[in-house]
Design a binder for this molecule. Structure first.
Ligand code: GN1
Ligand code: MG
Length: 363
């Protein structure tokens, strides 16, 4: 834990307006550490320590983010939008530099302008899901013609074949000695049964049937800012913006928004895939993405809705077996509860796959 003084010292490396009054924790991400900086002027800021053991190339990551935010700002202004500073993130350079990060070679930090009067939600109703679908579809649509080539900030981030391989490695190494239990063994068996089916996207890509596009890749519900009237302001948490399949953004939103409970709720009997959220989100998404989606992308959206609970189940499970080195945990069985939860969600999504396909075809 950093002291107030340490945080203020880090923040003072950036070109901020006003005098820093306080630096306090903000939000509940599982990877980076986030703080809000209050100043004596009109501006407030968000200070973040970028988790460098996960994001190994921070300059590449910040170049991606700057390219994306620059491109979106241009699109918004060309469309005659107002209040653009609240609709796209803005990163603050380090003092005396153009670079938007500060490092002591051990820790990496950055600062963005705080967007006032914005809220995040952990759950959404059907109406907000529709807006969220439109916003993520629009995000991808705006980035369809970005001139910059973006790097992969986490190579093969949503590659299911890699995630399955990492699970096998975790099983073989059994670093935390958690493999023996009968429930863990049953989970292994369940997961492996669907491995081939769930790796379909990678096969389609190799066969030239599925493109990579610039996607957000972390479309959790709480990565979207809404204003006080419920309008979407902007998409945040841009560290994972990179080339991927559109399935990433579609599937990961539903993974969080269409679950009746939070992703770590241990009461798996309450977990389920909410079709009402699915219908409104997919309608919004297709309303803005219709112009660029290929038939293969569109037809496979129900697969994407199943893939992401499955992939997240595999990732949480591998981390549980590795001894919780990746996702922040609050108690020893936290990743195990997340694994069971995502497995239950995957089962429920699978049961609705046909119904999803009919709905998508009707849009
Ligand atoms: C992580 O940082 P956060 O909480 O927004 C993770 C996502 C997972 C998510 C699960 C870089 O996102 O991929 O879906 O946790 N981000 C990274 O809650 O691994
Ligand atoms: Mg987040």
């Amino acid at each position: 834990m950093k002291t107030q003084q340490e945080l203020r010292d880090i923040a003072s490396n950036f070109d901020l307006k006003g005098k820093i009054l306080s630096v306090n924790p903000l939000g509940n991400g599982l990877i980076n550490d986030t703080f809000k900086i209050e100043t004596d002027g009109a501006e407030a800021y968000v200070l973040q320590r970028i988790n460098n053991s996960i994001f190994r190339d921070v300059p590449l990551l910040q170049h991606n983010i700057e390219a994306v935010t620059r491109h979106i700002r241009g699109k918004l202004s060309a469309a005659g939008e107002t209040d653009i500073d609240r609709k796209v993130l803005h990163f603050i350079p380090r003092k005396g530099s153009d670079e938007t990060w500060w490092t002591n070679e051990n820790e990496w930090w950055r600062v963005s302008a705080f967007i006032a009067g914005a809220r995040t939600y952990e759950t959404v109703d059907p109406e907000y899901s529709y807006y969220a679908g439109k916003a993520f579809g629009r995000f991808e649509a705006m980035l369809a013609d970005i001139p910059d080539t973006l790097g992969e900030t986490i190579p093969d981030f949503h590659n299911m074949e890699l995630r399955a391989r990492q699970l096998r490695e975790a099983m073989d190494a059994d670093k935390a000695g958690r493999m023996a239990g009968p429930e863990v063994q049953a989970m292994v068996k369940n997961i492996l049964q669907y491995e081939h089916e769930m790796c379909k996207a990678e096969r389609m890509h190799r066969e030239g049937k599925l493109p990579k596009r610039v996607c957000h890749c972390d479309t959790k519900v709480n990565n979207m800012l809404f204003d006080s009237d419920g309008n979407v302001l902007c998409v945040i948490d841009l560290d994972t913006v990179m080339p991927s399949f559109v399935f990433s953004d579609f599937g990961d939103f539903l993974r969080t928004a269409a679950n009746f409970v939070a992703e770590d709720d241990p009461h798996t009997e309450k977990v389920g895939f909410n079709m009402e959220i699915f219908r409104s989100f997919s309608k919004g998404y297709i309303d803005s993405a219709r112009g660029f989606l290929t038939p293969a992308e569109r037809e496979n959206l129900p697969y994407a809705a199943c893939l992401f609970p499955y992939m997240q189940c595999v990732r949480f499970f591998a981390d549980y077996l590795n001894g919780d080195t990746y996702f922040r945990v609050k108690y020893p069985a936290h990743n195990w509860d997340r694994t069971r939860n995502q497995w239950a969600l995957f089962q429920s999504a699978l049961a609705h796959e046909k119904e999803m396909a009919e709905w998508i075809a009707s849009l």
